[in-house]
Design a protein around this ligand. Structure first.
Ligand SMILES: Cc1ncc(COP(=O)(O)O)c(C=O)c1O
Length: 354
C-alpha cells in the first residue's frame, strides 16, 4: 500500500472540476427514443445491431466479462479505442501541459513519448539495463516533484522480456504518482498479470488490449484496469461514445471465447520456440534475446542492410537498431508456420548472398 498517494493532489485541477458531458443514453436506453438526434429511419443497409442508435457509453456487459476474466470488478475496468486512448487519457488527466513530466525506461514502446509530445509533457528517461531490466534505484531517484506518471512495459516492446515482478512492485510502492504497467502482451507471458493488485495499490494502472493475444487488432479495443477512483476520472474525460457497437460486439465475442484464444496462443508459442531453434542454427545471428511475447529481437551484423534485403524479398520485420542497447537488432513478429518458413528462407538467402 502506498500511503502517501493522494489522487486529488495528482489530478489536474481542471479535470477535478470537470462537469462531464451527459449523453442521452446516460438517462434512458429504451422507450421511444427521440432524445439523441439519431435517425429512426435506420442505416442504409440491413443490420441487427441497431446501428442507427448510439452505443452504450459505459459498456457494462463488456466490462463485466473483462472483470470476470481478470479477477477484478467492473468498477476497475475502463474500455477505450486501443490502449493508445487510455495512454492519452492518463496524460490529459494527470499531466499539466508545459510543466509536468513523465518517466519512461527505454528501450520501450514508442507511444508513451508520442503521447507526451502531443500533450506537451516532458519525458524523463532512465534506460533499462543491457539485459532489459529496471534500474530500480536510478529510476526512483530520477523522479522529480513534477513527475506524474512512470510507464513500465512488461512484457516489454521491443525487447520481448518481462520485467522482474519485485522491481515493478518496488516502483509502484515507492513512487507517489501513477505507475502504468503496460501488459499488452501479458497473455503470451508466463508472468502473472498485475491486474488484481489494483485494489492494493491505488496508484497502479494496468493496460491491456485485444490487439495481441485475442487477435483483434482491427477492432481497436484497449483496457485500463485500476482503482475505481482512477477509472471514474477516465470515464469522465473520455469521449461519450468512445467504444462503437461493432467493436463492442466483437470484443464481447472475444471474451466469450477464451478457450479459443488460449489455443491460438499455445500454437503461436510452440511456433515461436521452433523459430528460435531455427534461428539459433544460423551462424550469422549473434544473439537472440529471451522473449515472453509473440515477437523477439535478434542481433546480426549490419542489421539495417539485412532489414532492407528482407523487405526486397517481401518479408517485413522491424529495424530496432536505433534503440538503446539494441544496436543491430531486428524485431520479428511470429507469424503462421508458412510465413515463418518464408522468413527463415529469406534470411538464410540474405546471408548466403553476402
Ligand atoms: C506495449 C504496447 N502497448 C500498447 C500497444 C497498442 O495497443 P492498442 O492496439 O490497444 O492501441 C502496443 C502495440 O504494439 C504495444 O506494443
Amino acid at each position: 500500500m502506498n500511503s502517501n498517494f493522494d489522487i486529488k493532489k495528482l489530478v489536474r485541477p481542471n479535470i477535478l472540476d470537470l462537469m462531464p458531458y451527459r449523453s442521452a443514453r446516460d438517462d434512458f436506453d429504451s422507450g421511444i427514443l427521440l432524445d439523441a438526434n439519431e435517425n429512426a429511419y435506420g442505416a442504409p443497409f440491413e443490420n441487427d445491431l441497431e446501428l442507427h442508435r448510439y452505443p452504450m457509453p459505459y459498456q457494462e456487459k463488456l466490462r463485466d466479462l473483462i472483470a470476470d476474466f481478470r479477477g477484478v470488478d467492473a468498477a476497475n475496468i475502463f474500455t477505450g479505442v486501443g490502449s493508445d486512448e487510455a495512454i492519452d487519457l492518463l496524460f490529459r488527466i494527470f499531466c499539466e501541459p508545459g510543466s509536468d513530466e513523465v518517466l519512461i525506461t527505454p528501450p520501450t514502446y514508442g507511444m508513451y513519448k508520442v503521447s507526451a509530445a502531443i500533450n506537451n509533457v516532458a519525458v524523463n528517461q532512465v534506460l533499462l539495463t543491457p539485459d532489459f531490466q529496471l534500474h530500480v534505484d536510478e529510476t526512483l531517484q530520477a523522479v522529480s516533484d513534477r513527475t506524474k506518471i512512470i510507464f513500465l512495459c512488461s512484457p516489454n516492446n521491443p525487447t520481448g522480456n518481462s520485467l522482474n515482478r519485485e522491481d515493478m512492485i518496488a516502483v509502484v510502492e515507492q513512487f507517489n504518482g501513477i505507475v502504468v504497467v503496460d501488459e499488452a502482451y501479458i497473455d503470451f507471458s508466463v508472468a502473472e498479470s498485475f491486474a488484481t493488485l489494483v485494489n492494493e495499490y491505488p496508484n497502479l494502472v494496468v493496460l491491456q488490449t485485444m490487439s495481441k493475444a485475442f487477435g483483434l487488432a482491427g477492432i481497436r479495443l484497449g483496457i485500463a484496469i485500476a482503482n475505481p477512483a482512477i477509472i471514474e476520472f477516465m470515464m469522465k474525460v473520455k469521449a461519450p461514445y468512445n467504444v462503437n457497437k461493432l467493436t463492442s460486439q466483437a470484443a464481447i465475442r472475444g471474451y466469450s471465447n477464451i478457450q479459443a484464444m488460449k489455443q491460438n496462443v499455445a500454437e503461436l508459442l510452440t511456433e515461436r520456440d521452433r523459430v528460435i531453434e531455427e534461428l539459433s542454427a544460423i551462424n550469422e545471428i549473434e544473439h537472440i534475446y529471451p522473449t515472453d511475447a509473440n515477437f523477439l529481437i535478434f542481433r546480426v551484423k549490419e542489421a539495417l542492410s539485412v532489414y532492407k534485403k528482407l523487405a526486397e524479398a517481401g518479408v517485413i520485420v522491424r529495424f530496432r537498431g536505433n534503440e538503446p542497447h539494441c544496436e543491430n537488432c531486428l524485431r520479428l513478429t511470429i507469424g503462421t508456420t508458412i510465413e515463418n518458413n518464408t522468413f527463415l528462407e529469406a534470411l538464410r538467402n540474405v546471408f548466403q548472398s553476402d
